[in-house]
Design a protein around this ligand. Structure first.
Ligand code: EPU
Length: 438
């Protein structure tokens, strides 16, 4: 879907067939960053790497600080080798379009501090859900507990964060996060594995991507206990080794195809999806009449064609319902047989897609971080709507599968950031979707 700007979605018959779930975007970007923690010349091999634009952006970002990132011919494999010394000033080495393009650039804070003793980063970007820059104070405060000092300045092209480690090596400490931030937990983990002494992270994020990062770091020789729970213990080591690691399956990509079946009806198998990471969404879809079950190393989903029952939703840090899955579920509830009450607790400004769904005929009231979704018979066709971020775009395509006529989703290039072969996979299970080249 290179350079795509629009996807046209026609109404379709119930879906049928198999899709492949790739490695998680929100894990692989941090795994790539974590390879910086080992010695120079080590060859790290990541497998089950999704063919998505954010991986390319992260590879370019790592390349700009001196890392050698290659994709051998084997599909889904990326190899990374770091040099003796990395450049640490991303505001100088990396084109700002790279840093501003993905939020995961923040994941370089921990590794660069731990290995090089300093880091300079332009204010990070990624999806801001319409609210401007996303804060990183939880990252910087936590790393300060391990001995980093920070300076925030306003450069000619925006805010710049500069961190240093007086004495060169971070030390362990008790980090109590005010909120279980995914990115802050990851940064502390990556910093603590090479720090002198023991670190305890209290109120850590418990997402599967955290456990994946810790598993890879442990395979590199780190000593991490408790990743995936609220308290993580890290005992610092002096050096880490090269690693081969398979990226955890993407639970948000999986949720996208579950939602597509919920809207269009049908029976689809999601190869390589991990049902254990989908427990809440499986339960909520169950409320609406959609059946999901583990199946031969993946997940099976079945829904009768027609309208779903309403259900109430609220997002929470894992193991609660993921904020990234909410727009997809809302897309299934807009044609439910009653009213659903929805609360977004994690990314509270994340409702840009709601206006687009309304334009397609949905009846949704917005009250702060709550939505009241009154199911209508069918969304109208013939609309052009705008994807403002990856998940909003996916949700609009999913909603359009059940509309009364063709829908054009513009801004579809956002989808390339996080979905590999989205249009192709939807077509392979019978959806009538087409890409309009720019
Ligand atoms: N927050 C702060 N201060 C901080 C850090 C976070 O106020 O210092 C706030 C954020 O603004 C947000 C909330 O805390 O409102 C949660 O942020 P968190 O740090 O947990 O999220 P993140 O690490 O920035 C990752 C994913 C997001 C996903 C969230 C929550 C990556 C690259 N991004 O972001 O994924 O929504 O966790 O699960 O891992 C996506 O894939 O579409 C996406 C946006």
């Amino acid at each position: 879907m290179d350079g795509v700007t629009s996807i046209v979605v026609e109404p379709c018959d119930p879906l049928d067939g198999c899709v492949d779930i790739g490695g998680a975007k929100n894990s692989v970007l941090k795994l790539m960053a974590a390879t910086l923690l080992s010695g120079s010349g080590h060859v790290h091999r990541l497998v089950n790497v999704p063919a998505i634009a954010d991986v390319g952006t992260m590879a370019e970002l790592l390349g700009s600080i001196g890392c050698d990132v290659t994709r051998p011919a084997t599909e889904g494999v990326v190899e990374l080798v770091r040099p003796e010394h990395l450049a640490t000033d991303l505001s100088a080495s990396a084109p700002s379009r790279l840093v501003s393009r993905i939020r995961a650039s923040t994941a370089l804070l921990g590794p660069l501090l731990a290995r090089e003793g300093q880091v300079t980063l332009p204010a990070p970007g990624g999806d801001d859900f319409g609210r401007g820059a996303r804060p990183i104070s939880m990252h910087t405060d936590a790393l300060e507990t391990l001995g980093a000092t920070w300076e925030f300045t306003d450069g000619p092209s925006g805010a710049v964060v500069h961190g240093e480690v007086p004495g060169g090596r971070l030390h362990g400490g008790d980090v109590r996060l005010p909120y279980p931030s995914v990115g802050a937990t990851e940064n502390v983990l990556m910093a603590a594995v090479l720090a002198a002494g023991r670190t305890t992270i209290i109120n850590a994020a418990q997402e599967p991507e955290i456990a994946d990062l810790a598993a890879m770091l442990n395979r590199m020789g780190a000593h991490i206990l408790g990743a995936g729970s609220r308290v993580i213990e890290v005992t610092g080591v002096d050096a880490l080794q090269p690693v081969k690691h398979a990226v955890v399956p993407d639970r948000i990509e999986a949720a996208t195809y579950l939602a597509a079946v919920a809207v269009a009806g049908g029976e689809v198998r999601l190869r390589n999806a991990d049902h254990r990471h989908l427990a809440v969404i499986i339960e909520r879809l169950g409320d609406t009449g959609v059946r999901v079950a583990p199946d031969r190393g993946g997940v099976w989903v079945r829904a009768e064609p027609g309208r779903r029952q309403p259900t109430d939703l609220q997002t929470l840090p894992y193991p609660g319902l993921a904020t990234d899955q909410l727009p997809l579920l809302v897309a299934t509830l807009v044609t439910a047989t009653g009213t659903s009450y929805v609360t977004e607790n994690v990314q509270t400004g994340r409702f840009a897609y709601v206006e687009e769904l309304r334009q397609m005929g949905a009846s949704i009231e917005e009250h702060g971080h709550h939505l009241v979704v009154r199911g209508v018979d069918r969304l109208s066709g013939g609309q052009t709507v705008e994807a403002t971020d990856i998940r909003a775009g996916a949700a609009l395509v999913v909603a359009a599968l059940g509309a009364g006529g063709p829908t054009r989703v513009e801004g579809a290039e956002h989808l390339e950031r996080g979905y590999a072969g989205f249009v192709e996979q939807l077509r392979s299970i019978g959806a009538d979707v087409a890409v309009l080249a720019p």
